[in-house]
Design a protein around this ligand. Structure first.
Ligand code: RB5
Length: 144
């Protein structure tokens, strides 16, 4: 898959690990995040990644900040972005199956019960069910 990834200073290690793991599995990953501990503002990172994604050519994106909260809040302000904070395999699957998320978000300062790469892979292997969910996702997309 063609994946975009971006992060602030709160998730450099998480991002680096995900990029390495995804590339090792043969995926193409464009890294728009920061690679140092120097402080940056997560809304700027979300904007950068969202604009790049909306320009086309990517299957989905991954956003990471300290908690995954701020960067997903910012991303969801941008029309056309549906960013889901994922916590486990169930939310990873449902975010695609029911919500057709085009971004998933994680926190570099969160201690997850399972490896983040497992959640990313669950998201990638899930399929959007459309049907009744298409009406609801359409209502999200109609919001301004
Ligand atoms: C940055 O210190 C931190 O606030 C940010 O990474 C994120 O956790 C915000 O939601």
């Amino acid at each position: 898959m063609n994946i975009i990834i971006a992060n602030d200073h709160g998730a450099v290690d998480l991002k680096t690990g995900l990029v390495k793991a995804l590339r090792a599995k043969g995926h193409t990953v464009e890294n728009l995040g920061v690679d140092s501990a120097d402080s940056v503002d997560y809304p700027d990172i979300a904007r950068l990644a969202a604009d790049r994604f909306l320009a086309g050519g990517f299957d989905f994106g991954i956003l990471c900040c300290g908690t995954g909260i701020g960067i997903s809040m910012a991303a969801n302000k941008i029309h056309g972005i549906r960013c889901a904070q994922v916590f486990d395999l169930f939310t990873a699957e449902m975010s695609k199956a029911h919500n057709d998320a085009n971004f998933i978000a994680f926190g570099g300062r969160i201690v997850y019960a399972i490896p983040v790469i497992d959640m990313v892979e669950k998201f990638m292997s899930a399929a959007y069910e459309a049907g009744r969910h298409a009406r609801r996702v359409g209502k999200i997309d109609a919001m301004r």
